[in-house]
Design a protein around this ligand. Structure first.
Ligand code: GDP
Length: 377
């Protein structure tokens, strides 16, 4: 899937840079262009692989908005035309989707991303998705409240919001700050593979033995390569999306690989997902990646019907991603996954944090503008 990316805020910029770099290093050619937008100038200066755009210079003079996501909203609103101009060159006629990337717990990304999504929706015909990072459980009340407010607006404005929980992809015992680099690397790899999977036909799949024309309905032997419409159709459910990933060494033995395809698919959904506990979904996509000879048709079919049972979805798409690798991997994309326990717990916590802020607030007008979150569920 050919995509254009805009990262907003510090986390948004760093993750966008990682995604652009991974795509370039792997020579996938899925990322058509990438822009990082921030109100903090030093955060932009540390980026190398993306174009940059400073916003809010007249308000905060390049120093950022701190954790004030309402100020983040305001500076994006004031400078959105400049951002759209800077982005325009990034969306070639080939981009099939736009992803706005942000950490939802901070200020610039949290407040700015929903505004930007709204404006992009007015300008472009392609789907506009959000890639949002949820604060980990140990992050403070301000982060939770900011993220609750941001997520609620994103769910309304974006075609779908792919969520990465900061608790999901780091090792036990690592501090969250120390783990950012590793989390960002994992996000780049998994989301980068998803983009590239939909690219397999004229990208990495070119020299493989599988081809688009071998796609069959219910055919036993033929392989089918994922294309971008399958990613877009899976996300058509809207709401919250989640991504899971797991790999294992492939075997010479095809019977063994049937078992491995099942194992990695289970792991991708049950333990490798960006949103722990998200297993109920309206739609899902299972991409099995690996050397085409090692991808077992029977194993893929079994894994797909297991995924149907497990997610309760009647819409489980599937396909291969031919890769030159000694491993078999499963990438599971869930669409319409907002009814997960983690989202419920997060929304509850965000609501409490917001109510605590309201109690503290002496300004009655501020309390009136606060969002109520419970109607999401
Ligand atoms: P902003 O620059 O004002 O938009 O704020 P940040 O991007 O720093 O957003 C803060 C939120 O994003 C917090 O929940 C942080 O835990 C998270 N965050 C900050 N930097 C990173 C990062 O590099 N990677 C990840 N995964 N999360 C980050």
């Amino acid at each position: 899937m050919k995509v254009a990316l805009i990262g907003v805020g510090q986390a948004g910029g760093k993750i966008t840079e990682r995604l652009a770099r991974f795509d370039a290093e792997m020579d996938f050619g899925a990322v058509q262009g990438a822009l990082a937008v921030n109100s903090a100038e030093p955060d932009l200066q540390s980026l190398e692989f993306v174009d940059t755009q400073l916003i809010g210079a007249d308000r905060v003079n390049g120093h950022g908005v701190g954790g004030d996501n309402e100020l983040g909203t305001e500076v994006m609103q004031a400078d959105v035309e400049q951002v759209l101009d800077a982005f325009d060159g990034r969306v070639t006629s080939r981009a099939e989707a736009i992803f706005v990337v942000a950490g939802l717990g901070g200020g610039t990304g949290s407040g700015g991303a929903p505004v930007l999504v709204h404006h992009l929706q007015q300008v472009y015909d392609v789907p506009v998705y959000a890639l949002g990072v949820l604060p980990g459980r140990n992050e403070g009340a301000l982060y939770q409240a900011n993220a609750g407010r941001s997520l609620k607006t994103l769910l309304r404005e974006a075609d779908a919001t792919l969520l990465i929980d900061n608790d999901a992809w780091h090792e036990q015992g690592e501090s969250i700050e120390g783990a950012f680099e590793r989390i960002n690397e994992r996000i780049a790899k998994r989301v980068g593979l998803l983009f590239a999977a939909g690219e397999a036909v004229d990208g990495v799949g070119e020299s493989s033995v599988t081809s688009k024309t071998s796609r069959t309905r219910g055919g036993a032997a033929a392989a089918s390569v994922v294309d971008s419409s399958e990613v877009i159709n899976t996300l058509r459910a809207g709401g919250v999306a989640a991504l899971g990933y797991a790999t294992e060494i492939a075997s010479e033995d095809s019977g063994e690989n049937i078992r491995t395809a099942m194992t990695v698919s289970r792991q991708a959904l049950l333990t490798g997902t960006s949103l722990p506990d998200a297993t109920t979904a309206e739609a899902a996509l299972l991409v099995v990646a690996g050397n085409p000879e090692a991808i077992p048709r029977k194993g893929v079919e079994k894994a797909r019907s297991w995924l149907e049972d497990e997610t309760g979805s009647m819409q489980v798409r599937g396909g291969d991603f031919p890769l030159d690798s000694d491993r078999l991997g499963a990438l599971v994309l869930l669409g319409g996954a907002e009814r997960s326990d983690r989202i419920r717990a997060f929304m509850e916590r965000a609501k409490e944090a917001k109510e605590a802020q309201e109690t503290e607030s002496t300004d009655p007008a501020a309390a009136l503008t606060d969002d109520r979150l419970e109607d999401l569920l």
